[in-house]
Design a protein around this ligand. Structure first.
Ligand code: SF4
Length: 435
């Protein structure tokens, strides 16, 4: 095998699925003796894993490509490779607009990147990853693509139809992660609740969660990207049976007003949504719900927005992310135009986040004096920062532990909450802290 000394910088933009793709790619690059560097200026080759989801993400991807092309023009980079969703969606436009890029490769085609760089693909390594997250947690992608018809969403255009990974393949990957010291598995997909329908003719997410629960070393299993319509209730039985499953569920609902839900092709009504949330909370007491909402959708008038705001105040989700509508070519909503000014969209997002801040602050204050199990992610200025089972990395609340010198990154410890803010808890190690 030809010795390769070039240094490669892999830049990952976008979502956790892209992170997994980059980690799989980096494992193959490492196998081919390429050196990996996290600094673009020290690299010979830059590989940019792009996102093409919404306007803001597309802009960030293009800016990153242009920065790399600039380094190449200055002779500081030999090659620029662009992969992922943006090039899957706009390859021909990108080739015309930014011809300085050496190779454009689509989404989920990490093998082609290795081959186009002159490397060998080691099939035995497929599924093996070089973690870019802190070593104690990892994303576990259980499927690719999506079969849902959501009118605003371009993801199926980039990631294709829903393809579940076989259970044994996922277990093999998860086993390797556990052997690498991973304690928290974050289960991701475009639509995790659809898992198995294409492969086994039925939804088998609860079976998969059960099998993951049997892996030694794994202590937390977190379920993200559940889809409300046709929600498989047997998954909640597994929540109650399996102590490793975090009492946490990420379930994007996007909106609640019936005319908007219909136009968004979400396949569910406001009444059914409310009932679903009620049933989930009844079936798994103490479960924390995270959701995602879109404001400024073309069919969202003042009345529909007020309905959404009231829904947020009524349901009191534990964690919320709000996106402003982005008109995306190729989606079924595209012909509706983008009538709502960005300023109004921002005002609506701010109003929802204001309401959520009040809800989150009250809920966090109720935890003062409570003892919680926390997984420690990092240390800064003598304090440790971690998360409870109710918090996913990067998007949810954090717990800052003062006097954290005796606790260790990647370990669990019991803490007592002494103070709270909207999105943060402050705690001290509990007496007899379990390391
Ligand atoms: S479920 Fe809907 S919003 Fe999510 S990826 Fe699929 S089409 Fe897009």
């Amino acid at each position: 095998m030809r010795q390769k000394k070039e240094k490669i910088n892999v830049i990952t933009l976008g979502c956790s699925k892209n992170i997994v793709d980059s980690e799989v790619l980096m494992r193959q690059l490492r196998h081919n003796k390429w050196e990996l560097t996290s600094e673009a200026e020290y690299a010979d080759i830059a590989i940019i894993s792009t996102c093409g989801f919404i306007e803001a993400a597309k802009r960030e991807s293009i800016d990153t490509i242009l920065q790399a092309v600039e380094l190449k023009k200055e002779g500081r980079l030999k090659k620029v490779v662009v992969m992922g969703c943006l090039s899957e969606r706009y390859a021909s436009e990108l080739k015309k607009e930014i011809p300085e890029v050496d190779v454009y490769i689509g989404a989920n085609k990490m093998d082609q990147v290795v081959l186009r760089l002159g490397g060998d693909l080691k099939y035995a390594l497929l599924g093996e990853r070089m973690l870019t997250t802190p070593k104690h947690y990892a994303y576990l992608k259980i499927s690719e693509g999506c079969d849902r018809p959501c009118s605003f969403c371009a993801i199926p255009l980039m990631r294709g139809k829903h393809v579940s990974k076989p259970v044994e393949q996922i277990l093999h990957e998860a086993q390797q992660l556990a052997e690498m010291g991973v304690k928290e598995l974050i289960v991701i997909a475009q639509d995790s609740t659809y898992y198995g329908l294409d492969l086994y003719g039925k939804r088998v997410l609860s079976t998969l969660l059960n099998r993951l629960g049997g892996l030694e070393g794994i202590e937390w299993i977190r379920l993200m990207y559940a889809f409300p319509t046709g929600f498989p209730f047997d998954v909640l039985d597994e929540f109650n049976r399996n102590p490793k499953i975090c009492r946490y569920l990420d379930i994007p609902v996007q909106h609640v007003s019936d005319p908007v839900l219909t136009s968004m092709r979400r396949g569910i009504t406001s009444g059914q949504l409310r009932q679903l949330i009620k049933d989930i909370r009844a079936k798994v007491p103490g479960i924390r719900l995270r959701t995602t909402l879109i404001v400024g959708y073309p069919e969202e008038g003042e009345k529909e927005f007020e309905e959404l705001l009231e829904f947020v105040q009524e349901i009191e989700f534990d964690r919320i992310g709000v996106f402003t509508y982005s008109q995306e070519d190729g989606t079924t909503a595209y012909p509706l135009g983008d009538p709502i000014p960005q300023e109004i969209k921002e005002q609506r997002r701010a109003a929802i986040m204001q309401a959520q801040q009040e809800i989150s602050l009250r809920k966090n204050r109720e935890l003062i004096g409570k003892t919680l199990k926390v997984l420690l992610d990092q240390k800064e200025n003598g304090a440790a920062v971690g998360r409870t089972q109710w918090d996913a990395p990067e998007v949810d609340n954090e717990v800052t532990i003062h006097d954290g010198h005796n606790v260790h990154i990647g370990h669990f410890c019991d803490v007592t909450v002494v103070d709270a803010e909207e999105y943060d808890l402050f705690a001290v190690p509990s007496l007899g802290t379990r390391q």
